[in-house]
Design a protein around this ligand. Structure first.
Ligand SMILES: CC(C)(COP(=O)(O)OP(=O)(O)OC[C@H]1O[C@@H](n2cnc3c(N)ncnc32)[C@H](O)[C@@H]1OP(=O)(O)O)[C@@H](O)C(=O)NCCC(=O)NCCS
Length: 171
């Protein structure tokens, strides 16, 4: 089966934080950021699958720093790994002050999509071919992130989470 390079799934989105996007403290609302992350990660997932995709899980979202009004938000997404019908996308979010040029990391998150046919039924996706050391690490670690989300969703018994057990040294 033909494979797709991680770099072929790369997507970049740049947004300006406007007054309507902020909370009472003048910082970007988390829901707005999640919406931008959903869009950019869906673009990456569709670049990998060339199929319609639906979001099935959002996890590991941690807001490390508040993003102020007037900042530029930079979102980067890549597919880390595909499984049978599902794909994991990593999104790196940073923000930049237009006054100083200083750039800070905001958060890293993982979205999972499923490729579907016109009736909404899951269909297989092509494998991902990691090239760089970083991409290879994301690819390997995707196995235990997948197990964690399937265990939390009640779709996998903890005792069957073999990669997690291997990492914990309990297998
Ligand atoms: C996504 C959806 C098609 C999956 O249907 P399903 O009947 O659960 O299908 P399956 O059991 O065959 O699972 C399909 C894939 O989803 C994965 N999956 C299902 N639930 C998951 C979860 N909570 N976390 C991670 N992956 C999950 C399965 O592991 C499987 O992956 P694989 O084929 O790579 O092994 C269905 O749940 C759906 O339509 N959900 C609504 C999606 C939606 O509306 N999203 C928001 C708008 S885009």
């Amino acid at each position: 089966m033909k494979s797709t390079k991680v770099s072929d799934t790369y997507s970049l989105k740049t947004e300006l934080v406007l007054p309507n996007d902020t909370n009472n403290l003048g910082n970007l609302m988390g829901g707005k950021l999640l919406h931008w992350m959903d869009i950019i990660s869906a673009i990456s997932a569709q670049r990998a699958s060339r199929r319609t995709v639906v979001t099935v899980a959002v996890d590991f979202v941690e807001f490390k720093a508040a993003i102020p009004l007037g900042a530029v938000v930079i979102l980067e997404a890549r597919v880390t790994r595909t499984f049978h019908t599902s794909l994991e996308v990593r999104i790196d979010v940073a923000f930049e002050s237009l006054n100083t040029g200083e750039r800070k990391e905001s958060n890293v998150a993982y979205y999972t999509f499923v490729a579907v046919d016109q009736s909404g039924r899951p269909i297989p996706v092509t494998p991902i071919d990691p090239e760089t050391e970083e991409e290879k690490q994301w690819y390997e670690e995707a196995l235990y992130r997948r197990e964690m989300r399937l265990v939390l969703a009640g779709r996998l018994k903890p005792q069957d989470a073999n990669y997690i057990k291997k990492i914990l040294g309990t297998s």
